[in-house]
Write a protein that binds this ligand. Structure first.
Ligand code: SAH
Length: 369
């Protein structure tokens, strides 16, 4: 029966909640392999064997929020706080472009220092140097007005994971926050015209399979251009530090299901997945993932962006990360694409946006391979 459900999902890119729940509750090794096969087939149709890279710049770990799972929560007195300067961010952008990253992800805690004015200056600074590179922001919840101003300044994409689509679980994990506010932000981003990303953690404390079905239904409904999915990993300074981490298996299953529900979605094989298993990212790519986000932050701040314990790549130089990631992608049987890596459906609707041609940028010559 389970393979029949997977076939239905493969064919129609949709499945009832009951059937999705049935898959989550009954999947075994054999049907998991089948699911991954179907997910792979779907991504080959939409993106082929290409994997897109994003240079991740973790530019501040100051945060006014108190997400219970997150190591940079404002109430964590032991977090060693930092902010990158304008010049440091520009330097990351230059290094990133040289390494073949045509998209930057500027991610940080919710840091009031980075007002709209400061963000606009940063966005314009990068776009002046590299007009063809895409800028993705991941700064948490802000007003419609703020999102709009940054979009008008040139930001292309915005990542805001919904974290969990269960209101009850969300509000337990985010004391004092309102689930609806986060969801409203996503609809605002969509309306403004960003390529926007939702996403969730797998294996959160108290999370049930029914909650995961809610995540699947939510992403199917809101249809994000990107969807970040990673395992929950405990961080010792937080109140959830003693809970077990989410598993590779469960995360891979969720990646494959999301690929089947949203064939065009950009789906990262996340750092968190690579942190719970040495081959986590490779397995994520094989299950339908088509994005990786190597770290581009200066090495001396990497350890401070400690969202969870055991985060990988905190000691490597950007160029090392670049080589390592390409090797991993190739070993998994895929190829790196030196492009902005826009969502295929979005690209179709925006034919004017210039895509770098891979031939133009010979990354091997840059890195001296
Ligand atoms: N302030 C931004 C960026 C948050 S950090 C925002 O609110 O969107 C990026 C993501 O890291 C979060 O959305 C969350 O899903 C993930 N994350 C945080 N703590 C984590 C943990 N302990 N385990 C796994 N992922 C975590």
């Amino acid at each position: 029966m389970i393979k029949g459900y997977i076939d239905e999902l493969f064919e129609f890119n949709n499945l009832s909640d009951e059937k999705l729940l049935y898959i989550l509750e009954n999947i075994d090794e054999d049907s998991k392999e089948y699911l991954i096969e179907k997910s792979h087939e779907t991504r080959m149709r939409t993106y082929g064997n290409k994997v897109f890279m994003r240079g991740l710049i973790e530019f501040t770990n100051y945060c006014k929020k108190n997400c219970e799972y997150c190591g940079i929560q404002g109430k964590n007195k032991n977090a060693d706080r930092y902010r990158l300067t304008y010049d440091q961010i520009m330097e990351c952008a230059v290094i990133g472009d040289r390494l073949g990253y045509k998209t930057y992800v500027l991610q940080g805690g919710e840091d009031p220092y980075f007002t709209d004015e400061r963000m606009i200056e940063i966005i314009r600074g990068i776009k002046e140097m590299f007009p063809n590179n895409a800028i993705t922001l991941s700064l948490g919840e802000r007003s419609y007005d703020s999102y709009k101003k940054m979009f008008d300044a040139g930001a292309d994409r915005y990542l805001l994971r919904h974290e969990t689509a269960s209101k009850e679980l969300y509000e337990w994990l985010h004391p004092g926050e309102i689930f609806g506010d986060r969801i409203k932000c996503l609809y605002n981003l969509k309306e403004i015209g960003y390529q926007f990303g939702a996403g969730f953690m797998v294996g959160l404390p108290r999370q049930t399979k029914r909650d995961l079905v809610k995540d699947l239904r939510f992403v199917k409904e809101i249809e994000p251009h990107m969807c970040g999915i990673g395992p929950f990993i405990p961080q010792k300074e937080t109140s959830l530090g003693e809970y077990p981490a989410g598993t590779l298996e469960d995360t891979v299953i969720m990646l494959a299901l999301v690929r089947l529900l949203l064939p065009n979605v950009l789906l990262p094989a996340t750092t968190a997945l690579g942190s719970i298993d040495k081959l986590g990212r490779e397995k994520g790519i094989k299950a339908g993932g088509n994005v990786v986000m190597p770290n581009l932050s200066p090495t001396n701040v990497r350890e401070k962006y400690a969202l969870y314990d055991g985060k990988i790549c905190t000691g490597d130089e950007a160029a090392e990360c670049r080589k390592c990631i390409e090797r991993r992608i190739n070993n998994a049987g895929f190829e790196v694409a030196i492009t902005r890596g826009d969502n295929v459906k979005w690209s179709h609707d925006n034919p004017d946006v210039k895509q770098y041609d891979e031939q133009q940028v010979s990354i091997n010559s840059i890195l001296g391979f």
